[in-house]
Structures are given as structure tokens and as C-alpha cells.
Design a protein around this ligand. Structure first.
Ligand SMILES: Cc1cc2nc3c(=O)[nH]c(=O)nc-3n(C[C@H](O)[C@H](O)[C@H](O)COP(=O)(O)OP(=O)(O)OC[C@H]3O[C@@H](n4cnc5c(N)ncnc54)[C@H](O)[C@@H]3O)c2cc1C
Length: 588
């Protein structure tokens, strides 16, 4: 939406296509906040600290230029949201309030309780609709259309009626979000099937960093129907603590060396930090997500988990420190309060939550130019979660919402520029015929193969199970090789998937069509993870637990070879300019 707003402001005609209803994109679920060095709560904050935090969190395989632009521009983008009507929580003197979050040195996340994404979407939607953008909702794009090397449009179908549609465009911005539905346990919504990653890949775009999948440490583990649903890091930012079944705050046991100087070594100091004491260091619960998730897995493996296979996250304990704690919790974390009360019958003002890791975010995606968001395919741009670069090996919480508006704006601006500088291209009729045939194939298989076809749900389920267990939080060479073999078998099965009924209101057909994206991104993740023979950030290899300096200087690129098979290469990270290097050194 931010890209569409910018492109429209540049004076080109803009269409916005979304698989979901307008305003229901996954961003609506974002809870904790949007990271920007506004320095409203802590005057020591500035873009340089934010840049250094982002690079440290990403373990230095980030695109440093994107991390720099993001840190420099996010304050302006947040103020712009405010000017467009977003009502952020306020400081006592009326400025935008900011909260603590994992890996951010100072309180940096502008927020609206724990419903920040809803406010952001509402604001962008209002603003976008008034600009006169054409919205095509509940249209699912299945293929990008090309004329020669260039992208000239997209082919898709209307989900309700099943009608096909061709969108012609001089330039195209992919902003399709995440890939969480490749895994069994995920915080992501139904439409996070990696479509943009797969559309870009099949159209010839390069993807990078696909091995880096973020497992958020705190998802609900109980009841089973909501397993994986996110429990915002804001709970820990407000003073929530992680304990095991012995009641021990286990995060104090393992503070990584590169965070020791910034992390509290006692409970008292950690508490003071969450209450805004500028002389205190952050509690270890607010270390980066990759690390916290692995510590939780360790507790589980060593038998110190909670009754339903998680650990305890307790915010209720703050009643020992604060008067009116229940009211405070309900005011700061209203969604969490209702989520646990209504779904799990747990009153978080009185008792601890049970939580465990959940597939949350992919750092990898379409490789883009850091300034323009142009992909390697002419006319094709990408931004948001489906693009790669800013986060490196691990994303800091809050950096996605700011990524969306910083690089959404840039993608819109440069896509509009491309559209103004280039004539419209004509889609190739042969490609159109082919993608139509592919889209209808699940119906035709049903007719031609009688009872021998397989339904799509079992294939999807088996894929999610396999990715969760073989390419999950803790990875091993042999298991990932098994996953690759499994992917070949699943691909064969997907080619035989058939559906019954007709094109109207047919969820089986939608699922059959999603399989292409899910299988493509799963293969990208698995091959890249096999290629990164080290542990770094979110990519943890039990068989190779150390970092390899050579790989610390490279990104893994995936692309479709001329023969249609998936190819990989290591790409050296360009040298960082001296002034950025100096910032990182000063902030160590
Ligand atoms: C529960 C939860 C809480 C989070 N909280 C925070 C937070 O507090 N702060 C933060 O920074 N980050 C947070 N994140 C991460 C952040 O919300 C996401 O990374 C971000 O919202 C992704 O935005 P996006 O615009 O890239 O994609 P999305 O918001 O997912 O939008 C993608 C759009 O593309 C459409 N689409 C997808 N495929 C197709 C297709 N084939 N054809 C047509 N349309 C398609 C979708 O329908 C949707 O409209 C959270 C994530 C989760 C899961």
C-alpha cells in the first residue's frame, strides 16, 4: 500500500492486487510496534545506533546500504503515518511513545498498544483509497507475464468466482509478505504462502538469504487449535520473564559474548531497564529472537518444559513491583490479554502463559537494489517481507513495519519512474495459454485420472510437517538432504493433485494452486540452508555450530537455471564504506 501511494503520488495509474480483502493483509496482525530512532523516550537514540543494532542483529550479512537507509528514513516514515492519521500511544508530554524490544539498544518501537499493524493498515488504506488507486481484492496472482526479459503484467484469478484476469503493467511491485505456511507451526496468516518469492523466482529474479527463517521464541502452545499464534515480544518489553518448570529464569544462563556488555546480569537491573532506567542494561529475555528461541528449545530438550511443551512467559509477576499491575497489563497488552483469556482461559494478569517457538518471518527474499528496490528482472520491484537485504541473518522485532514503509515508498517511487520511462509491453499469448492450462490442470486431472488423483490438503500437510521437522530451528546436513528428497516426492505428488467441483468458491482449488509457491520456497530454503555450512543468526546447524568467516562475507543466491533447475551461488558482500564501519566499531 505504501508503494501504491507513492507511485500514485508520482502521477502514474496504479492498481493494487491482493489475495485477501483490502485491509486484511497479514500486516494487520503486527502487534509490538514499528522501529524508528525518534529518540522520544531516550534522547541517546539516533539512526546510527539503530543501524548498528540492525547489523549486529543480522550478524553482518545484511545489505549495509539497506540497513543504513532504513535507520535514516524510518523516523520520517513514522511521522508521516502520524500526519496521515495514525494515533500512536503518547508520552506524558504528548510525543509518540516508544517501547523496548529485543536487540534494540534503546526504547525504539512506536506502537498502538499491541495492535500497531491494524492502525498502520487502517491509515495507509484510508490514505491510499483517497488517492484513487484501483483496488482488486481477492485476486490471486499466479504468474508474472513477460515480454522478452521484461515483466509486463500479471495473470491471476478472482478467488470467489474463479474468473481469470490479466493485469497489464509497465512496472510491477511485489509485496506479498511471508512464507510461514510452508511450516506446520506458524504465526503467519493463511495468505503467507510465499507467492511473491515464487513468482519472482519463476520470472527469473534472483533470491537471496533464503536459509534465514526466523522462529519467534514466543508463540502459543496451547490449545492445539491456536498453536503457533504469536505472543508479542512487547510482553517481554513490558517486563515479562521466561522461566522453566523449575521456576528458573533460564535466559540468564547464556548471554552471548557480543551482547554481554549490553545485557543485565541480575533481575533487579533487568526490571529497572523495562521501567525506563537509562542506566540499566536490558534483561536477557530481550536478546535477539534466534538466541531466545534456541534457549527455549534447549530447555525443552533437557526436560524442563511446561506441561504443554513450552516454557512459561510471566507478566503477572509485575504485581510484586507495581500497583495496579492488572490494569497496566490490560492497557499495554490488550490483545494478549484477550487472546489468552478467550482462547486458552488463561488470565495473564494472574498467571503465566505457556509459549514456544513459532515460524514467524523470512529474512530472505527477492534480491533488490538497495536504493530503488529493483529486482534483477527489468520492470520488477519488490519490497517488504518478500524482498531481502535489510535483516541479514536475523530480523529485530519492529524492523519489518519500518522496512515496509521505508522501502515501500522507494519501490513505489522507482517503479513509477520505470513506468514513465518505458512503453507498455505486450504479454506473450503462448505464456498466457500455458499459465491458464496450469491453473486448470487440477480440474482436468480429476476428470482424466478417475479415482487415482490425490487431494491437495494431504500434500500441503506433509510438506508442512517435513519442513518443521527437517529444516526447522535446529538443522543437520543429513536431515536437510532427506528433506530435499522429500521435496522431490512432494513435487511429483503435487503434479498429480486433482480437485472436484467447479471454479466458484473452491478452497481445494486455491490450496492446489498454492502448492507451487509453497514447494518452490521450501526448496529455496532447504538448498540455501545446505549451502550455508555454518551457524549464523536464525540458521542454526547442530552439525556445524560455529561461524565460518568466509560465509560471513557472502550471501547465498538462488535462481532458476536455463534448464529449469534451481541453481545456487555465493555472492560476496560488497565492502562497507569506512564511515559505516566506524559506526559499528563505536557501538560495539
Ligand atoms: C503475529 C505477527 C505479529 C507481528 N508483529 C510485528 C511487529 O510488531 N512489528 C514488526 O515490525 N513486524 C511484525 N511482524 C512482521 C510483519 O507483520 C510482517 O513482516 C509484515 O507485516 C509483512 O508485510 P508485507 O507488506 O510484506 O506483507 P503482508 O502484510 O503479508 O501483505 C501481503 C499482501 O500480498 C497479498 N498476496 C500474497 N500473495 C498474493 C498473490 N499471489 N496474489 C495477490 N496478492 C497476494 C496478501 O493477500 C496481502 O495482501 C509480525 C508478524 C506476525 C506474524
Amino acid at each position: 500500500m505504501r508503494a501504491a501511494i507513492e507511485a500514485s503520488a508520482e502521477g502514474v495509474s496504479v492498481g493494487l492486487v491482493c489475495k485477501c480483502l483490502l485491509g486484511k493483509a497479514h500486516t494487520v496482525m503486527a502487534e509490538g510496534g514499528i522501529a524508528a530512532a525518534l529518540a522520544n523516550v531516550d534522547e541517546r537514540d539516533n539512526w546510527k545506533v539503530h543501524f548498528a543494532d540492525t547489523m549486529r542483529g543480522g550478524q553482518y550479512v545484511n545489505n549495509w546500504r539497506m540497513a543504513e537507509l532504513h535507520a535514516r528514513e524510518s523516523p520520517a516514515r513514522v511521522r508521516e503515518l502520524e500526519a496521515w492519521g495514525a494515533v500512536f500511544d503518547r508520552t506524558a508530554d504528548g510525543r509518540i511513545l516508544q517501547r523496548n524490544f529485543g536487540g534494540h539498544k534503546y526504547a525504539r518501537l512506536a506502537h498502538v498498544g499491541d495492535r500497531t499493524g491494524l492502525e498502520m493498515i487502517r491509515t495507509l488504506q484510508d490514505h491510499g483509497v483517497h488517492r484513487g488507486i484501483d483496488v482488486h481484492m481477492e485476486f490471486c496472482v499466479l504468474a508474472l507475464l513477460k515480454a522478452g526479459e521484461r515483466v509486463v503484467g500479471a495473470f491471476g484469478y478472482e478467488r470467489e468466482r474463479g474468473q481469470f484476469k490479466v493485469f497489464k503493467a509497465k512496472a510491477l511491485v511485489l509485496a506479498t509478505g511471508g512464507i510461514g505456511k510452508s511450516y506446520k507451526i506458524t504465526s503467519n496468516s493463511w495468505d503467507c504462502t510465499g507467492d511473491g518469492h515464487a513468482l519472482g523466482y519463476h520470472a527469473g529474479a534472483e533470491l537471496k538469504d533464503m536459509e534465514f527463517v526466523q522462529f519467534h521464541p514466543t508463540g502459543m502452545v496451547w490449545p492445539p487449535s491456536v498453536c503457533g499464534m504469536l505472543v508479542t515480544e512487547g510482553v517481554r518489553g513490558e517486563g515479562g520473564i521466561l522461566t522453566n518448570k523449575e521456576g528458573k529464569r533460564f535466559m540468564f544462563d547464556s548471554i552471548p559474548d557480543n551482547y554481554k556488555s549490553q545485557t543485565a546480569d541480575n533481575e533487579e537491573e533487568g526490571w529497572r531497564y523495562t521501567q525506563g532506567d537509562k542506566n540499566a542494561r536490558r534483561p536477557p529475555e530481550l536478546l535477539t529472537r534466534d538466541h531466545v528461541a534456541r534457549c527455549i528449545v534447549r530447555e525443552l530438550k533437557e526436560g524442563r518444559g511446561s506441561p504443554h511443551g513450552g516454557v512459561f512467559l510471566d507478566i503477572s509477576w509485575i504485581k510484586n513491583r507495581m500497583r495496579n499491575a492488572p490494569e497496566h497489563i490490560k492497557r499495554k497488552l490488550p490483545s494478549m490479554y484477550h487472546q489468552f483469556k478467550q482462547l486458552g482461559d488463561v488470565d495473564i494478569t494472574e498467571e503465566a502463559m505457556e509459549v514456544g517457538p513459532t515460524t514467524h518471518y523470512i529474512m530472505g527474499g527477492i534480491k533488490v537494489d538497495p536504493d530503488t528496490q529493483a529486482s534483477t528482472v527489468p520492470g520488477l520491484f519488490a519490497c517488504g517481507e518478500c524482498a531481502a537485504g535489510i535483516n541479514g541473518a536475523n530480523r529485530l522485532g519492529g524492523n519489518s513495519l519500518s522496512d515496509l514503509v521505508v522501502f515501500g515508498k522507494r519501490a513505489g517511487e522507482f517503479a513509477a519512474k520505470f513506468a514513465k520511462e518505458n512503453k507498455a509491453g505486450q504479454p506473450n499469448p503462448a505464456q498466457l495459454a500455458e499459465v491458464e492450462d496450469q491453473a486448470l490442470a487440477p480440474f482436468n486431472r480429476n476428470l482424466s485420472s478417475g479415482a487415482s488423483f490425490e487431494g491437495p490438503y494431504q500434500v500441503q500437510f506433509d510438506l508442512q510437517e517435513m519442513m518443521q521437522s527437517l529444516v526447522g530451528i535446529v538443522r543437520r546436513q543429513d536431515e536437510m538432504e532427506r528433506a530435499l528428497e522429500g521435496l522431490h516426492r512432494l513435487l511429483e505428488r503435487a503434479r498429480r493433485v486433482g480437485v472436484t467441483g467447479h471454479r466458484e468458491f473452491n478452497p481445494g482449488w486455491h490450496t492446489a494452486l498454492d502448492l507451487t509457491s509453497l514447494l518452490t520456497v521450501s526448496e529455496c530454503i532447504t538448498r540455501s540452508a545446505l549451502e550455508r555450512k555454518e551457524s549464523r543468526g536464525a540458521h542454526y546447524r547442530e552439525d556445524l555450530p560455529n561461524k565460518d568467516p568466509a560465509l560471513g562475507a557472502a550471501n547465498i543466491i538462488v535462481f532458476k537455471g536455463r534448464d529449469g533447475t534451481m541453481q545456487l551461488r555465493r555472492e560476496p558482500i560488497p565492502p562497507m564504506p569506512a564511515e559505516l564501519k566506524q559506526i559499528i566499531e563505536e557501538m560495539q
